[in-house]
Ligand binder design. Structure first.
Ligand SMILES: O=C(O)CCC(=O)C(=O)O
Length: 294
């Protein structure tokens, strides 16, 4: 599992251990510009826009593809200096807004994101910059540090491998960390680290900038599990804007790609049964208790 090319070696070490790293205040000077783009986006959306139909919404849910593209271009341009100040040899492949609407349905269960790169050879990570302060009340991010080392499997686009689906929640409970952040803090995290966020029980939406940063010259590859051979995946090389160009994001991101090209089938060498995962996470709990980390 190659570690992202953070400039600082202590950051690389912490990221490798935990699967994420937070830079407090890294993007604070960028928050006014990000808020301007966010407000402009809201102003451009008709009340009937699909953006307003889902509790976890964002740029990818906007009905107008040209508007989406404009937001992605502006946000990518704004955050590039912050990313470039801490990471070398990267490219940004999509940076927009992820917005938690108000209400109990806005909870996002712990999950891994679908695999988007050959993780044996290359790195890819997400970056989140909240543009309002986040707290337990409005749905701050949650992570399970170290879970990327336990759950190294390929993650199919159809998302059948959620921690929720596997009913791991009880064993994970002592390992979950909630990470309140201030507007302008930045967290980089692996898509394989278990993460999620609670419901937004305040009166206002919780917008944050969510982007993906990856090794500069590596293609985006996505995977789809074969129905009859669960360890086998079909692999597709797709364009950088793959997740940003779907007509109906909520429906289409779980389907086989209809753009890009099929590049063959691949066996998942890290497949683990639910019992194996439970045992591994119980081991992690015991280790953390012994080290008095939880
Ligand atoms: O917005 C959040 O709370 C987290 C977003 C996330 O994890 C996702 O979109 O997969």
């Amino acid at each position: 599992m190659p570690v992202p090319t953070f400039k600082d070696s202590n950051t690389r070490e912490a990221f490798d251990r935990d699967g994420y790293v937070i830079f407090r205040g890294l993007a604070a000077p960028l928050v006014p510009a990000l808020r301007d783009v966010y407000q402009g986006m809201l102003a451009a959306l008709p009340d009937s826009d699909p953006y307003f139909n889902v509790p976890m919404t964002g740029t990818n849910c906007i009905g107008s593809l040209p508007l989406r593209s404009r937001i992605l271009a502006s946000v990518g341009e704004i955050i590039a200096p912050a990313v470039g100040s801490v990471v070398d040899d990267y490219r940004i492949i999509g940076a927009g807004f992820r917005v938690k609407q108000v209400g109990p349905d806005s909870e996002l269960p712990l999950h891994q994101d679908p695999t988007q790169v050959d993780e044996e050879r290359s790195w890819l990570m997400n970056i989140i910059i909240p543009i309002v302060d986040t707290s337990i009340d409005n749905g701050a991010l949650k992570v399970v540090p170290g879970s990327h080392k336990v759950m190294r499997q390929l993650r199919s686009l159809d998302l059948e491998d959620r921690a929720e689906t596997l009913e791991l929640d009880a064993v994970l409970e002592p390992l979950v960390e909630t990470l309140p952040m201030q507007a302008g803090d930045a967290i980089f995290y692996l898509q394989s680290v278990l993460h999620g966020s609670g419901a937004n029980l305040t009166a206002n939406p919780r917008p944050l900038m969510l982007g993906t940063v990856m090794e500069r010259n590596t293609p985006v590859t996505v995977y789809f599990r074969q129905a009859d051979r669960p360890r086998m995946f079909d692999r597709y090389e797709v364009p950088d804007n793959y997740f940003n160009q779907m007509e109906d994001f909520d429906r289409d991101h779980k389907l086989r790609p209809n753009v890009g090209r099929f590049t063959g089938e691949i066996e998942d060498l890290h497949d683990r049964s639910r019992d194996e995962l439970l045992a591994a996470f119980r081991g992690l709990v015991a280790d953390r208790r012994a080290a008095r980390e939880i």
